[in-house]
Design a protein around this ligand. Structure first.
Ligand SMILES: NC(=O)c1ccc[n+]([C@@H]2O[C@H](COP(=O)([O-])OP(=O)(O)OC[C@H]3O[C@@H](n4cnc5c(N)ncnc54)[C@H](O)[C@@H]3O)[C@@H](O)[C@H]2O)c1
Ligand SMILES: O=C(O)C1=N[C@H](C(=O)O)CCC1
Length: 236
């Protein structure tokens, strides 16, 4: 498969290595200030986009308008998702966003939803999320923490919105974001009462899980149409 790699940072470089190991070709690599031109698009079967919150929208739009199936792992741009969905439809395109491409985190998302449904019947427990990432991360909270928060809000009726930092209202789910050294990504959900605490945690040991997930989804995506979810691929 011929891959257009948009973003050649920590994720882009690791994806390049893993894709080559799986016998794919990197048709082109585009980073900041490299122009994205239609001639580049013609040489690729799929695009993989891991850039910056401010850059994702234009990159995804370019791919959809130039008829390349595109997946994006970039976080922090989701206010523009409705517009991307519209562009995808207008161009009869294929697009997939996942806040986290690792199998382990996607299993953790399901566990989080099940725990929220169980805890919904309990009066005494209050949920919170803590996420820890490396100091170069641009956005907070992490995209993964936002997906976890959405899972809790869906199943646990006492919270209706999330808030970065300490919550002031009963209906707010606090998300605490810490930035430490080179931590690839740790997410912890806690339900605390006055007498005890229940917690579940996912810890990534490296970026390998994100990288593998992104390449496997990229192999599957060209056979799909429309807005896809990672659940459509993983079928968990
Ligand atoms: N979904 C997931 O599984 C997952 C996993 C890891 C990281 N991420 C997200 O992916 C994104 C990138 O992460 P990273 O660790 O590789 O970051 P990084 O900072 O190491 O790399 C980002 C790269 O994008 C480039 N870039 C910036 N603007 C660009 C533009 N307009 N066009 C092309 N390239 C541009 C930067 O120069 C840099 O090389 C972040 O949003 C991060 O949160 C998601
Ligand atoms: O390193 C990052 O940046 C990560 N971003 C994603 C997020 O925001 O959830 C996934 C984990 C790593």
């Amino acid at each position: 498969m011929r891959i257009l790699l948009i973003g050649h940072g920590k994720m882009g470089k690791a994806i390049e290595q893993y894709a080559i190991q799986r016998d794919h070709t990197i048709a082109a690599t585009v980073d900041l200030n490299d122009p994205l031109m239609p001639t580049i698009a013609e040489q690729a079967d799929v695009a993989i986009e891991f850039t910056h919150p401010d850059a994702a929208f234009e990159n995804i739009k370019f791919c959809l308008e130039n008829k390349i199936p595109v997946l994006s792992g970039t976080t922090g741009w989701l206010d523009k998702m409705p517009e991307i969905e519209k562009i995808c439809k207008e161009n009869d395109g294929t697009f997939l966003y996942a806040s986290n491409f690792s199998l382990g985190v996607n299993l953790f998302f399901k566990l989080n939803e099940q725990l929220a449904a169980l805890m919904n019947r309990q009066e005494k427990y209050k949920p919170a999320i803590t996420e820890v990432h490396h100091t170069e991360k641009k956005d907070a909270p992490s995209g993964t923490a936002i997906t976890l928060a959405e899972g809790i809000i869906e199943g646990f009726d006492k919270v209706t919105e999330w808030k970065l930092g300490k919550s002031e209202k009963e209906n707010e789910l606090p998300i605490f974001a810490e930035r430490i050294g080179e931590v690839p990504g740790t997410h912890k959900i806690t339900y605390k009462s006055d007498v005890d605490m229940i917690s579940i945690e996912h810890e990534a040991f490296s970026r390998d899980g994100f990288v593998e997930g992104a390449v496997l989804v990229a192999e599957w995506l060209p056979q799909q149409k429309g807005i896809k979810k990672i659940d459509d691929f993983l079928k968990l």
